[in-house]
Ligand binder design. Structure first.
Ligand code: SF4
Length: 362
């Protein structure tokens, strides 16, 4: 099956294109206090290392707004400032340097204030994300719809959009987040029918690592398979590094992006000769820094030869005391089972070096 992506407008967040067929960008949000510049930069680096392409920072006060510019100067990836209500904070971050602002114009207070922000953003070519959340809809929409329905969320987004369009501003992307997966899907489907602004998709407050991963994978996976979504954020009550890994997992499983080592491991059974579960998670962790695309396979036994892993670039299979290392479906070496992990890591690193020298990213 081929995914046909919905045609949307193109905006730029720093150097990262969003919409109009650009690769679905992975983003996350720091959990540090933005006023802690060094701590925030350290977290941004850790996130960039695992594939975060855009980072959002919470701007809670003037000191945080002033820190954004300093962080932006040294950040390896584009920075978005997340601002609620206070337009002075928006003016400060725009002045200090930033790649985009998340702010809802309807919450700023007046069209004059909206104009002040929009004019400065236009001058610098910066985009705005309108972020509608089911938990904070306008009172009159709640009264009209009874509760935060997908229709109410989309109507709220369109009101914010209208305020920006009134100023002739269209560098917009939209998010419509609910913690309920079905409402999230419905809201994005409706928005996608109503406008062609790029969509930042996510399930809000998805939960801890396991349940949040499941909810995000179901909700975002469905939307992406329908061609909806231009940038993705997985929200977890966990280290944001995990959010980025899950986001990449979703995109890779749908064939929308490629990055890094894809570890294929057998599910194990009574024929198991090596600790596949431990090995697979250690190898995945040890190779998390690799950006080149590669499939590696870890099999628990050699009973089926290397049949179950023959599509992989590199792989290992356990045996009674002695296991095998294979490359492109051919057995290359037989070695003691306890040495399989180190051999596999060394061979992956060697292949990565060769790919780098040849200018191949996978
Ligand atoms: Fe079982 Fe061997 Fe297949 Fe793993 S590779 S599932 S251990 S038969």
């Amino acid at each position: 099956m081929q995914i046909t992506r919905k045609k949307t407008r193109r905006i730029m967040v720093g150097s990262v294109p969003i919409g109009d067929g650009a690769p679905v960008a992975v983003q996350s949000m720091t959990t540090t206090d933005t006023r802690d510049i060094e701590g925030t930069l350290a977290q941004i680096s850790a996130l960039a290392e695992v594939g975060c392409e855009i980072i959002r920072l919470a701007v809670v006060d003037q000191e945080a707004a002033e820190a954004v510019g300093k962080i932006h100067k040294r950040s390896p990836i584009p920075v978005i400032a997340d601002i609620h209500f206070d337009y002075h904070l928006a003016l400060t971050v725009i002045e200090g340097g930033v790649d985009g602002v998340r702010i809802n114009p309807g919450n700023i207070g007046s069209q004059t204030k909206i104009r002040a922000i929009v004019e400065r953003m236009k001058d610098r070519g910066l985009p705005i994300r309108i972020g509608v959340n089911a938990g904070s809809l306008e009172r009159d929409l709640l009264d009209l719809y009874g509760h935060p329905t997908p229709e109410a969320m989309v109507e709220s987004a369109m009101r914010h959009v209208a305020l920006l369009e009134k100023e002739n501003f269209q560098d917009i992307k939209i998010s419509l987040k609910a913690s309920n997966v079905l409402d999230t899907i419905d809201a994005y489907r409706l928005a996608s029918e109503k406008c062609d602004y790029p969509l930042h998709i996510g399930v809000s407050e998805a939960g801890p690592l396991l349940s949040g991963t499941v909810k995000s994978s179901v909700g975002l996976g469905y939307l992406l398979a329908c061609g909806i979504g231009d940038t993705i954020r997985v929200s977890l009550a966990a280290d944001p590094v995990e959010e980025v890994k899950v986001a990449w997992g979703i995109l890779k499983s749908l064939g929308l992006r490629k990055r890094g080592v894809n570890v294929i491991a057998c599910p194990t059974c009574g024929r198991l000769e090596i600790d596949v579960v431990g090995l697979a998670s250690r190898v995945e962790e040890r190779l998390a820094h690799v950006q080149e695309t590669m499939d590696i396979s870890i099999l628990g036994c050699v009973v089926n030869g290397i049949g179950e892993g023959k599509e992989a670039d590199l792989g290992i299979a356990g045996g009674q005391g002695v296991g095998i290392f294979f490359e492109n479906g051919e057995v290359v070496k037989k070695i003691p089972s306890q040495d399989l992990e180190e051999l596999l890591i060394a061979q992956v690193e060697k292949k990565v070096d060769m790919m780098k020298k040849a200018g191949i990213s996978g």
